[in-house]
Design a protein around this ligand. Structure first.
Ligand code: SF4
Ligand code: SF4
Length: 336
């Protein structure tokens, strides 16, 4: 059955909006949790564990530690669970996390869309420069893979996990944004301006997590495929692809830049020309584009559910520890 052309895009906007609102809510709850320890009399709000999503490097570290020791980091266990959920989703459903769930990707998308409305267009980086800039995110990824994946021994990690710095690393991350230094302010402003002018500037050129997910996504059995017989060569897929992939010239989209947004599929006017496929041995089977986000969100929450059910979601840092550490962090930031 042919689905209404725009409904895939509407489904994506709905999923993105849900995760964006959730992120804002989690951020607000976390700020209330921190305020309790900083301002006397502020009521206690439990720490939302999903705030660990903002600690992808910690999640990677905890993942390596788990692989080598079988132990889940007790300080930020949700960081580990989310790392497994996000990388697992990418292995199964290519870079769909970036295109549907990641709030940074969503903000990035709405920023260039706003820029497009204001300037009537987005700008493109010359091809040679674009290729060079795209390698930046792989250079950053290699740096983290080396530092954490190779150089850091589990004995070093365990020493790091018990430091006050690591226990409050989520608070420091929050303060990076709420008590920004002048340098950080200008860097973020520059990124924001560039994101207005260029499509997905952060995701395309700088995000090491996106680089990792793009590489993992290459193992995914799911992809967008074009049927040349049904294609009427209108160019709509290529024109609307936010990651500038020439979909019209591809039989199967294999680029690591593709984040599975399915904009191309939703823009295609010709029935059967462009669809989501799942590889099955030598063959590929067409699936509904609505099944893709269902599987994506379903698998993501399945892993989180396993984390919650096995007691590996909430931090084991006791209240008294926060009571000791957080006022110290506040003093440190106040004295800057
Ligand atoms: S190829 Fe299609 S699914 Fe991939 S990023 Fe472009 S529009 Fe989205
Ligand atoms: S949008 Fe569909 S019909 Fe048009 S070029 Fe792409 S695959 Fe072909």
């Amino acid at each position: 059955m042919r689905y209404p052309r725009h409904s895939v895009r509407i489904a994506r906007y709905a999923v993105q909006l849900f995760f964006l609102i959730l992120t804002v809510y989690v951020g607000w709850r976390f700020s209330q949790f921190v305020l309790h320890f900083e301002v006397p009399g502020n009521p206690f709000v439990p720490r939302p564990s999903s705030v660990d999503a903002f600690l992808p490097i910690g999640g990677f570290m905890a993942f390596k530690y788990f692989i080598l020791t079988g132990i889940v980091d007790p300080v930020h266990p949700a960081g580990f669970i989310l790392f497994v959920a996000i990388t697992g989703v990418s292995l199964l459903l290519w870079r769909g996390f970036c295109g549907w769930i990641c709030p940074v990707g969503t903000v990035s998308q709405y920023t260039w869309m706003a820029g497009e409305k204001i300037f009537g267009r987005t700008f493109t980086v010359p091809k040679g420069v674009d290729a060079g800039l795209r390698s930046l995110k792989y250079i950053l990824l290699s740096f983290f893979l080396f530092i954490i994946g190779v150089a850091m021994a589990p004995s070093m990690m365990v020493l790091f996990f018990i430091t006050d710095y690591y226990k409050a690393v989520d608070v420091r991350m929050m303060k990076f944004f709420t008590e920004m230094s002048i340098v950080s302010f200008w860097v973020i402003l520059a990124l924001f301006v560039l994101s207005f002018l260029y499509k997905n500037f952060w995701c395309r050129y700088l995000c090491p997590y996106g680089a990792l997910l793009g590489l993992l996504g290459r193992f995914s059995p799911v992809s967008v495929r074009r049927d040349n017989e049904a294609c009427v060569h209108c160019g709509a897929c290529t024109r609307h692809c936010p990651t500038l992939i020439d979909v019209e010239a591809s039989e199967t989209v294999t680029s690591a830049e593709c984040f599975g947004c399915l904009t191309c599929v939703s823009r295609c006017p010709s029935k059967g020309a462009l669809d989501v496929h799942v590889r099955k041995g030598q063959k590929a089977r067409r699936i509904s584009p609505f099944l893709f986000p269902l599987l994506l969100v379903g698998f993501f929450y399945l892993v989180i559910g396993i984390g919650v059910a096995t007691g590996k979601w909430h931090s084991k840092v006791p209240y008294e520890e926060y009571q000791r550490i957080l006022p110290e962090v506040k003093k440190e930031y106040d004295s800057r």
